[in-house]
Ligand binder design. Structure first.
Ligand code: GLC
Length: 545
């Protein structure tokens, strides 16, 4: 199918959070060996590619997003040779590999930052990062009022008096993208991995690389909670100058045979701003976080779908759809709140209300069918296919996300969506580690996760896993799905109904009343039982029509 268009326009890409996917060496942490052993599972699931979170050498201050050496694999995960073998083996299973690249910052243990520390103020070594004197008497105040995404100021002062910028943890100093060395090194890193066979890269914090050279204080916030969304000229997010970097990267990707591709993690104020990343000559695709942040509401979702498709089609790029990732509360748990809280852009999601996982699961099943029927590509986060909820009751003593410390213990952070996967058996580690070395997983799994394991769900037609397997099989076989266009069909408020040609209709009932399915020749798949042609609330169906 879809053989005339590049694969990434329609791909279903499965996100492997490597620390938590599968442990091959029995140390309780996922690794490349574990991932290799599970490639048959991923092939059977029916995904086209894997996005793998950073596997590079790292002190793990931010789960590997603090990279000390981009040309080494961290021993926790394996070696460069293991990575090469994984790439070759995945290709044999028909699965492409997309590692993460982290260009906004390095680890404080990176040789460049260590050299900058040793060389002292005013040295050329410091110019590769963003060092500045402080403000106020004795320079004791940070150079500006920027804040770290993990809480607290975005600046740390060194004993020699200078401050350095880190939009994330202090262990993640921001690189200076005004410096030619930074450009040259990243182009060389891309070539290093492209020549080892990777099919693309997910670009971490793609919207953050370029800072206003004046480093001004933050602009006043516009209240965009209601009404049209505005773009705020920001001193360090989504600046126009960032696109020149990606035009160069595109040329690097195009040097290699095959359809290599980029996907940007770019948080943009408006769909127009997001589309700018994927203009011709720029990146191939970008995550569409508006879809992930939309509440379980037909009007909101339809508006997001329409705006995204309009803006992306205008620049000739495919849409991508995503419901969960390693940074946000899992959608089964987001949807488990009766009213899904409004997500304040640029803020972490704060859930409200009691958790009803039965409701969350019904909605998650329907959402999967909605997402996989929309035009373009889709991202699944490991465990989506098992219907895993967020683990909201992790003991504070085990939390590892830097957000927990940096927020002064007010925000539990992202560990709840990063708990190691349950594969089989009735007790921890549920097959996460090898049977002969059942190590304690790096985050504890809930005691009842045996019922959600791959083993428990396999062959159970009512399970989330079998729903995903069937949906992905139909998606591969049906020429109407993947890249292309869609047409909305008339439906009452609270119901989304659209057609994909040839001959495919998707209906999602987000209302509280049953909905009579439109004319069809057969039901290809439904997220729950359909009786007398009625689609129950929080259910979706795929129809041949
Ligand atoms: C991205 C990653 C997140 C990481 C941050 C800093 O947002 O997805 O996990 O903490 O960048 O690299």
């Amino acid at each position: 199918m879809h053989s005339t268009t590049p694969w990434w326009r329609s791909a279903v890409i499965y996100q492997v959070y490597i620390r938590s996917f599968a442990d091959g060496n029995g140390d309780g942490v996922g690794d490349i060996a574990g991932l290799r052993s599970r490639l048959p599972y991923l092939e059977q699931l029916g995904v086209d590619a894997l996005w793998i979170n950073p596997w590079y050498k790292s002190p793990m201050a931010d789960g590997g997003y603090d990279v000390a050496d981009f040309r080494e694999v961290d021993p926790l995960f394996g070696t460069v040779t293991d990575a090469e073998q994984l790439i070759a083996e995945a290709h044999r299973h028909g699965i492409r590999i997309i590692p993460d690249i982290v260009p906004n910052h390095t680890s404080d243990q990176h040789t460049w930052f260590q050299a900058a520390l040793a060389a002292g103020p005013g040295s050329p070594e410091r110019e590769r990062y963003i060092f500045r004197p402080g403000r106020g008497p004795d320079g004791a105040e940070p150079p500006n009022d920027w804040v770290s995404c993990f809480g607290g100021p975005a600046w740390t002062r060194l004993p020699d008096g200078e401050w350095y910028l880190h939009l994330y943890a202090p262990e993640q100093p921001d690189l200076n993208w005004q410096h030619p060395d930074v450009h040259a090194d990243f182009e060389s890193i891309l070539r290093f991995w492209f020549s080892r066979g990777v099919d693309g890269f997910r670009i971490d914090v793609a919207h953050g690389l370029v800072k206003d050279p004046e480093l001004p204080d933050l602009p006043p916030l516009l209240d965009s909670a209601d009404g049209p969304r505005h773009h705020i000229q920001h001193p360090h997010w989504d600046r126009d100058e960032v696109h020149a970097i990606y035009r160069t990267w595109r040329k690097v990707a195009d040097e290699f045979e095959g359809d290599r591709c980029f996907v940007a993690e770019a948080w943009a104020d408006t769909p127009e701003r997001l589309a700018a990343y994927v203009r011709p000559g720029g990146l191939h695709t970008a995550f569409n976080f508006d879809f992930l942040m939309a509440s379980w509401d037909a009007k909101d979702l339809r508006a997001v779908i329409d705006d995204s498709l309009a803006m992306l089609h205008a620049v000739g790029a495919p849409a991508t759809w995503v419901l969960s990732n390693h940074d946000v509360m899992r959608h089964t748990s987001r949807y488990a709140r009766k009213t899904v809280a409004r997500w304040v852009p640029n803020e972490r999601y704060q859930p409200e209300g009691n958790v009803d996982l039965e409701l969350g699961t019904r909605r998650a099943r329907a959402a999967a069918l909605l997402m996989l029927a929309l035009p373009g590509g889709a991202y699944l986060y490991q465990g989506d296919e098992l219907g895993l909820p967020e683990v909201e009751d992790l003991p504070e003593s085990v939390l590892q996300d830097p957000i927990w410390e940096r927020s002064g213990h007010t925000d539990h952070g992202r560990d709840g969506c990063r708990v190691p996967l349950p594969w089989s058996g009735q007790s921890a580690p549920f097959g996460f580690s090898p049977e002969n070395a059942p190590a304690e997983p790096w985050l504890p799994q809930p005691a009842n996760w045996g019922e959600r394991s791959v083993e428990a769900q396999t062959g159970d037609e009512s399970s989330m896993l079998e729903l995903y397997r069937t949906a992905l099989r139909i998606r591969r076989e049906n020429p109407a799905l993947g890249d292309g266009t869609m047409t909305w069909l008339d439906a009452p408020s609270g119901v989304l109904s659209f057609r994909r040609d040839p001959g495919f209709v998707c209906v999602v009932n987000l209302s509280t009343e049953p909905y009579r399915l439109p004319d069809h020749t057969s039901i290809l798949l439904a997220s729950g039982p359909v009786t007398s042609g009625l689609l129950a609330p929080h259910q979706a169906a795929w129809l041949a029509a």
